[in-house]
Design a protein around this ligand. Structure first.
Ligand SMILES: Cc1cc2nc3c(=O)[nH]c(=O)nc-3n(C[C@H](O)[C@H](O)[C@H](O)COP(=O)(O)OP(=O)(O)OC[C@H]3O[C@@H](n4cnc5c(N)ncnc54)[C@H](O)[C@@H]3O)c2cc1C
Length: 426
């Protein structure tokens, strides 16, 4: 269908264009890939925030493994938490024996109390969910602390619709066993995963873009839903009968003409966080054993650190550890990228015991303007209102920021395919 315009050449745009066969794809960035893109510096590839493939979608896995060439299968992820000077295996509730005695006792006592006190209760928000699942001690000392750094909103403002596939509900037997003795299991969702042997996460997808008609470096700036026209920042225009859009929903609404008031009001409710990736290479071999780790302490800005040299050891020069530290801020928060970058290097040097002046080979800040959608209590209703208006105009939102809810890479690609099916039937 030549009259379909696709906005955004991330994985949703890829899935949509491949399924349609013919479609014109327009991408603001200099290259396709969106959030799945990886870029190389001195032979080390960094992703846009920690990316691994833990998909259970066999057909998808077969496709991307073939496209990537050599792929590493990691049967058991190594994930840890750094908490006030202690390293505790992830997820903390299943490894309480690794906490100091008083913390372990408090955590276990509060966990048991929660099982009795909140049994059968339906949580109204993320704070209640954590208190009911894990008890007050773990909620206040781990989950609330991490939420403040990562989501940048109070826990009670968050819904629970984003948890499936990300956090484990409490498993009494595992928690008790983990309080008594060391356990080797980790979070089941990420326990086993795949990663390309070379080229970073994007290597899974790069060759799949070969036959797609993509114009890169053009940003959509205006959409006329009734006149069925998109205008780009270079002055070009593209007419459409159907528009498939993977660009962030608030941006799409802002560029549409004649938007009804209730849709504008719904758009004003959408919130997200932005991300600063601090990519670094350090001239120290195997500085850290983990694939990634979380930092809970609120005097350290970094929330999560992934370690590309452990994900794909053969892709990194000998004797070097490559890491990516992630720092999140709310969409409207001011930030000083240079100061945050420099503090991240100092903090990681202290935690991992390297000397930045002597050992640092390369450091590079990369800003990701849209990282995660905030799944607050307004999100679902607001998105429904916006989607229903867009669809009535022949505009189909898709992917991570079209659906405006967190979905993994496989689901973003599939959402593009599903959008194509819907367009073909419409
Ligand atoms: C920090 C982070 C970590 C993640 N980790 C994982 C992981 O470990 N495993 C996993 O499977 N998934 C992970 N994901 C999810 C995965 O990255 C996404 O599901 C997927 O890449 C989203 O694809 P998309 O096409 O929907 O959106 P995007 O990748 O955002 O693509 C949208 C495209 O639209 C373009 N665009 C925006 N505005 C305009 C405009 N006005 N005009 C034209 N083009 C425009 C953008 O440049 C972009 O290329 C992670 C996501 C994030 C943010």
């Amino acid at each position: 269908m030549n009259d379909v315009v696709v906005l955004g050449a991330g994985l949703a745009g890829l899935g949509c264009a491949r399924r349609l066969g013919t479609a014109r794809v327009f991408e603001a960035g200099a290259h396709p890939g969106g959030h799945s893109y990886s870029h190389g510096i001195d032979g080390v590839f960094f992703d846009e925030g920690a990316h691994i493939c833990h998909s259970r979608d066999q057909e998808w896995l077969d496709m991307i493994r073939k496209a990537a060439g050599e792929v590493i299968q990691i049967p058991q992820s190594r994930v840890s938490n750094f908490w006030h000077g202690h390293w505790v295996t992830y997820p903390v509730q299943n490894h309480l024996n690794e906490l100091p005695n008083d913390a372990r006792t408090n955590a276990l006592t509060d966990f048991v109390s929660a099982q009795i006190e909140h049994k059968g209760k339906e949580p109204r928000n993320y704070l209640e969910w954590c208190r009911y699942q894990y008890g007050d001690y773990l909620t206040d000392n781990f989950y609330a602390e991490y939420t403040a750094k990562y989501w940048r909103v109070p826990m009670e403002e968050l819904a629970t619709d984003w948890l499936a596939g990300r956090l484990l509900p409490s498993q009494v037997q595992r928690i008790v066993a983990g309080a008594i003795a060391p356990q080797d299991e980790t979070q089941s969702v990420f326990a086993c995963f795949h990663y390309p042997a070379q080229g970073g996460f994007y290597r899974f997808f790069e060759s799949l873009y070969a036959d797609i008609d993509i114009t890169c470096g053009v940003r959509a700036v205006e959409v006329d839903p009734d006149g069925k026209m998109v205008r780009f920042d270079n002055g070009d225009k593209a007419g459409f009968t159907r528009l498939a859009s993977s660009i962030p929903l608030p941006d799409l609404i802002d560029m549409c003409t004649d938007v009804p008031d209730e849709v504008r009001d719904a758009r004003a409710l959408l919130r997200y966080i932005k991300l600063l990736c601090v990519n670094l290479t350090v001239a120290r071999k195997e500085l850290v054993p983990h694939h990634w780790f979380y930092i809970y302490d609120n005097d350290i800005d970094v929330s999560r650190v992934s370690v590309p040299s452990n994900l794909a050891p053969g892709s990194v020069p000998e004797g070097v550890t490559a890491m990516q530290a992630e720092i999140f801020r709310g969409m409207d928060e001011e930030w000083d990228v240079e100061a945050l970058t420099s503090k991240a290097v100092t903090d990681l040097g202290r935690i991992l015991k390297f000397d930045p002046d002597r050992d640092l080979v390369h450091v590079e800040p990369v800003v990701v303007p849209h990282a995660y959608v905030i799944s607050d209590l307004n999100r679902a209703t607001a998105v429904e209102c916006i989607h229903s208006w867009l669809r009535s105009k022949g505009i189909f939102p898709m992917g991570l920021f079209g659906h405006w809810k967190f979905i993994w890479s496989d689901a973003s690609f599939r959402s593009g395919e599903e959008t194509a099916e819907e367009i073909l039937k419409s």
